[in-house]
Design a protein around this ligand. Structure first.
Ligand code: ATP
Length: 358
């Protein structure tokens, strides 16, 4: 196991594009860290710099406290699993898993024992003689993981490893990856654009946007204490609802509806005349009018029954919002519903820089 330090890491590609800006992070031994963000935010570039597949333009990368910028990929004792699996098509599962050890000249007996152990962990024992083309996507992904974990390196990198699998396989493999991490204890960095994968797998999540880290925290911290509108909207499914409005006499005006804000937000006077963003999660609301809550009435445009709950699409002023309700309480479309947002479930963001106010 290893610990990693990224100090002010930057990536500027040869064409001048600045893909990663001042990335700072300490990753503890055995920690499972997920880099998450939309396409193009710089997650893979950062991972590839850690793997040694991409030069670090500026900043310092340390493995166990030692500078590693100049080390080649093999010298870093890091194993990587790619989205494409990168299996050798003409080799059996056994040979694919054994490949790294064979190259290192490890004894045949040792290789056999390690391949068998790895195959057992991954449920591949019955497939060792097969070629990759005779495996399902999930099985191929397990071989790719097997090839990485058999090396017993200190750090394990995964770049969107589940993206070629169907929805059901992804859930199963997610569970298996969590189990493998528990069994191996390897420091792991996992890249995904899927917030559910990030929330379920990570000890800590790094949310990125446009090459900048937006927030680093546990899934709990990111969900309950998002630093800005971007993180609040990225973490959680369906995403947090946002209503933009202007503060007038201590109330938030959006459309014709004034919302009295002063009870929760003591320093709201600072925002008098300014735009703020009012945020609430779809699952935080209650149908009907309650005490100590913001009570709103809106027209139902569409409902989506998902099983135990229903997503209800409404309009609040100019903004669309989604409410998550128990499916037994699914309202009719084209009627007005009244709902309450508990005061403590509301987030306010600065309308200009979009950082959280409270
Ligand atoms: P995705 O989820 O789509 O893989 P990502 O967050 O992993 O996205 P990166 O692959 O790290 O994003 O790319 C970050 C940015 O750097 C993108 O805008 C991309 O177009 C750019 N980029 C990547 N490789 C190069 C390159 N070789 N030269 C110039 N720009 C590049």
């Amino acid at each position: 196991m290893a610990y990693l330090t990224l100090k002010n890491i930057n990536k500027i590609y040869p064409n001048g594009f600045h893909a990663v800006h001042n990335f700072n992070l300490e990753i503890e031994k055995g920690e499972f860290v997920v880099f998450v963000g939309p396409s193009g935010c710089g997650k893979s570039t950062t991972l590839r710099m850690i793997a040694g597949l991409e030069d670090i333009s500026n900043g310092e990368f340390l493995i166990n406290g030692r500078r590693a910028n100049e080390l080649g990929p093999r010298e870093r004792e890091i194993a990587m699993v790619f989205q494409s699996y990168a299996l050798y098509p003409q080799m059996t599962v056994y040979d694919n898993i054994a490949f790294g050890l064979t190259l290192q000249g490890v004894d045949e007996d040792v290789i056999e024992e390690r391949v068998n152990n790895t195959a057992r962990i991954l449920g591949l024992t019955d497939y060792l003689d097969r070629l990759p083309r005779a495996l399902s996507g999930g099985q191929r992904q397990r071989v790719a993981i097997g090839r990485a974990i058999i090396r017993k390196v200190g750090v394990f990198l995964m770049d969107e490893p589940l993206s070629n699998l169907d929805a059901k396989q992804r859930v199963t493999m997610r569970y298996e990856i969590a189990q493998i991490h528990r069994n191996t204890g390897a420091t792991t960095i996992y890249v995904t654009h899927d917030q559910t994968e990030a929330m379920t797998l990570a000890d800590r999540i790094v949310v990125m946007k446009d090459g900048y880290v937006q927030q680093v925290g546990t899934p709990y911290e990111l969900y309950f204490r998002p630093a800005n509108v971007f993180v609040a909207g990225f973490i959680g499914e369906p995403p947090m609802n946002f209503i933009r409005g202007t503060v007038r006499n201590g109330a938030l005006k959006f459309g014709d509806t004034p919302l009295e804000l002063s009870r929760k937000f003591a320093d709201i006077a600072r925002y008098e005349g300014k735009e703020i963003v009012f945020g609430f999660r779809p699952e935080a609301i209650h149908l009907g009018a309650r005490e100590d809550a913001y009570v709103l009435t809106s027209r139902v445009e569409l409902t989506e029954m998902l099983g135990d709950n229903t997503n209800v699409y409404i309009h609040s002023g100019e903004d669309q919002a989604i409410l998550k309700v128990d499916s037994h309480d699914t309202p009719e479309t084209d009627v007005d519903i009244t709902f309450s947002i508990p005061m403590e479930s509301v987030y306010l963001f600065d309308g200009e820089n979009e950082n959280v106010i409270c």
